[in-house]
Design a protein around this ligand. Sequence first.
Ligand code: GAR
Length: 222
Amino acid sequence: MSAVRKIRLVVLISGRGSNLQAILDQAASGELPVEVAAVISNRPGVHGLERARQAGVPALELDHKHFANRPAFEAALIELIDRHRPDLVALAGFMRVLTADFTEHYRGRLLNIHPSLLPKFRGLHTHERAIAAGETEHGASIHFVTAELDGGPVIMRARVPVLLGDDPDTLAARVLEREHRLYPLAIRWFAEGRVRLDGERVWFDGKPLAEPLWLEEALLSR
Ligand code: GAR
């Protein structure tokens, strides 16, 4: 029996790190064939860094405020990430806009989780905007990152209902619970070589995806 090779993963965060925790937990249980090589936060002292330390993973800070401009910060970030030789870089609540120089450097090996059913509600305050728009469904998406903000090719989405009486916090909590299933599964598929980016298209199991996958259907067919 040949074990699946573990890929090296670097996770970028800016805060709480609950998605990071879901990834760390599945890596520790062996469900996810990844070695989390480093966790990097652009905000010092955030809780996600503590989660990394608890898991025995290098927890690094690179404060964007210490840099004169975005390119200078990103050059330092690339250097720090590449020191850990990642096969994949995962943005998990990383709240900095990235330039094309950065996204091109990691093209095809940079994933993001966004709290909306992309292409709806790119950008910030997604839960508030979904409620205001009268949406009956909302959710989260995993996509390959390109220079277009929240605009890269989508791999998979998870949906939840928007319920009567929801406020942004209750809706965010319902979405977050799905996020914690969604991100590890997408990372696992990448690690197993099942999902990849070719040009502007996502390929899954050797075929181009016409539409992003849905988490619920993916869990059923596992
Ligand atoms: C998550 O809901 C994630 O989807 C969102 O930030 C939260 C981070 O939570 N990401 C974005 O809004 C990216 N634009 P976490 O730190 O507990 O994982």
